[in-house]
Design a binder for this molecule. Sequence first.
Ligand code: FDA
Length: 391
Amino acid sequence: MTWDVIVIGAGAAGLMCAATAGARGRRVLVVDHANKAGKKILMSGGGRCNFTNMEIAASNYRSQNPHFCKSALSRYTQWDFIGLVGQHGIPYHEKELGQLFCDNKASDILSMLLAQCDTSGVELRLNTTVCEVSKTDAGFTLLANDHKLFCESLVVATGGLSIPTMGATGFGYELAQQFGLTLTSRVPSLVPFTLSGKWLEFAKGLAGVSLTASVTTAKIAFTNQLLFTHRGLSGPAVLQASNYWELGEPISIDLLPGASLKNQMAEWHAAGNKQTLKNCLSQMLPKRFVESWLDIAGSNKPVNQYTPKEIDALHQQLHCWQLTPSGTEGYRTAEVTRGGIDTDQISSKTFEAKNVKGLYFIGEVLDVTGWLGGYNFQWAWASGWCAGGVV
Ligand code: FDA
């Protein structure tokens, strides 16, 4: 049988594209090698799916071409997706920073997409591995589970490399290369940092402790929660920073953003405070952290006994903690892949490859990477919807 459209990948972008194309009356088949559709949707947002963000802008995305994402994001906006969620009666709430989560379960979002596909007559075949794709005059021939499938338009929505145990593969990248498209370099992103040496020991001793911090890379700073782990540093501030970090680069961390230790010491001094620095700081920061940090700083005495030089040094250590992560936890725990198919070769309106008629790439497989906070799903919905409108 010949399909109008075959979508490889039943994830966020693939299902959105299939439902949109099906609703236009196109005969659509979605194939996925996994035994279940939308596995990443199910595990996202701690099981509650941070499905979009109320504040979406091109500046929330990284790509070699920062303009590429603009067209799709403006044609299918967060409000369009929120409207769809509303139509399906899915309860949701804002957690923080415009991030929208399901009140109940991430499966509400997956069920909604599958219902949309069902209504549009989309066929879904799971446990289906595509091992070969070739171009014909009429479209494409796919070899999947030893059967030949034919289609006019082929949409590649195979996502990135993160969490291989959930079905992630590099198949989309290989297909792109087969058809002469180039890739930008790919690295795990939105991922915890690993540390070594004395900072690893420091982090290990504090595993489980979290505090608000500002993490600054060479390009950008993020203020949010930082979590110490047995391997290094995690938490939203660190994951966001990882999206802008290159291996070998130092980072700087302000462990008490929005305050000044120097001013605080002056205040304590003026008030005649004779408590130890540990006691005073423990009112502002987690006690376990203060103890370990003062051990490293090698100092704890009554706050009125510090010299200006000592105060300067402590201020510097607390507000400008300089360190170089030894790496990241890699694709095993990364939320996304940064980099992918070079967008210069893809139409930002239709997502068709400029050099291969009928071949489309959408979602995370492209070199477009969003911030933490619902941005990556919004990219999947927007790119899927745009391609679904033309395939
Ligand atoms: P996606 O990965 O969703 O789908 C790709 C599909 O292709 C999969 O079903 C896969 O099985 C299939 N596939 C791969 N290779 C194949 C092959 N060779 N043959 C057939 N099928 C193949 N984002 C966000 O905005 N908010 C959030 O809350 C989260 N939370 C989150 C948590 C965790 C733990 C992770 C790992 C990721 C997130 N994300 C997120 C990121 C988000 O999940 C991701 O960006 C989107 O799912 C990308 O959508 P795609 O459809 O492009 O790929």
